[in-house]
Design a protein around this ligand. Structure first.
Ligand code: NDP
Ligand code: KAL
Length: 257
């Protein structure tokens, strides 16, 4: 039995399908008794997300469309959430995007538009949703974002997304400093590679997985469930003294030289 999150409400952003990391987080929070709110980028995803959530027994979830590139949409979404539920206790930000063309070859070839697009969706969005969500965290709260090792060091092909994750990681720390006085914590999970829709069709993904199986201390890749349980820890009072932190859920791969 988990430390209960009953009576608490969490916003989960970035469920695309059952393989999504956000879905692993949602299931873990659901098992702990939390009420969940889901956002998706556009109405195309409304039905698939609702169908998925209908498999969570006894979950009285709410759903909102929210494209994070649109300030009005972000503000309107959180205003509506406030009107519908009042207080929220946490938010999982599981959103990233870069143009496929910028995820291969040399980083030096990145275009201005490609650079700004990935920064906008993958890094600034954390600032925008935090600003809107914190108003609803009247009892304190916990914000968790998803990052990757490629923001700390050079990982082949990650390119423009690595620079976006470096920006996300720094944003996470500045936000933690701002919001700490209101007892709102902001942390990141750095996940090892997991086969999701985002990873689909990306060249060399299989060889990245193989490298983890061969070299990571645990000699295996990680699962959405393992990331979900770490998000649960960060959302719960078990982590009440932790903010501005990045927890690597990556079978220990990041410690290797
Ligand atoms: P998914 O493809 O399942 O999720 C990516 C999500 O980003 C989708 O739900 C997509 O929404 C959302 N998104 C993209 N653009 C927008 C937008 N403009 N507005 C709102 N939402 C948007 O992949 P993952 O679960 O792998 O990715 C989740 C997070 O985890 C990302 O930050 C990723 O960088 C990170 N991560 C992933 C790793 C992996 O190996 N998979 C490793 C480390 C970190 P929609 O479907 O509605 O378009
Ligand atoms: C070194 C790794 C290999 C892969 C390289 C780059 C991965 C970048 C992740 C980024 C989020 C992927 C995309 O933006 C894909 C996008 O261009 C096309 N896909 C889509 O539009 C789908 C339909 C939607 C749902 O996707 C999004 N994102 O909206 C990194 C690996 C080892 C680890 C990974 C995959 C990290 C990560 O950040 O996801």
């Amino acid at each position: 039995m988990k430390f209960s999150l009953e009576g608490r409400t969490y916003v989960v952003m970035g469920v695309a399908n059952k393989r999504s990391i956000a879905w692993g987080i949602a299931r873990s929070l659901h098992e702990a008794g939390a009420r969940l709110i889901f956002t998706y980028a556009n109405e195309r995803f409304e039905k698939p997300v609702k169908d998925l959530v209908s498999t969570l027994e006894g979950q009285d979830a709410l759903f909102y469309e929210c494209d994070v590139t649109n300030d009005e949409a972000v503000d309107a979404t959180f205003q509506q959430i406030g009107e519908d539920v009042g207080t929220i206790h946490g938010l999982a930000h599981c959103i990233a995007f870069a143009d496929k063309e910028d995820l291969k070859g040399e980083f030096v070839e990145t275009s201005r538009d490609g650079f700004l697009l990935s920064q906008n969706i993958s890094a600034f969005s954390l600032v925008a949703v935090t600003r809107a969500a914190e108003k609803l965290m009247t009892e304190g709260g916990s914000i968790v974002t998803m990052t990757y090792l490629g923001g700390e060091r050079v990982v082949q092909n990650y390119n423009v997304m690595g620079v976006a994750k470096a920006s996300l990681d720094a944003s996470m720390k500045y936000l933690a400093n701002d919001l700490g006085k209101r007892n709102i914590r902001v942390n990141a999970i750095s996940a090892g590679p997991i086969r999701t829709l985002s990873a689909k069709g990306i060249g060399e993904f299989n060889s990245v997985l193989k490298q983890i199986e061969e070299k990571a201390p645990l000699r295996r890749t990680v699962t959405q469930e393992e990331v979900g349980d770490t998000a649960y820890y960060l959302m719960s009072d078990l982590s009440r003294g932790v903010t501005g932190e990045t927890i690597h859920v990556d079978s220990g791969f990041n410690i290797l030289g």
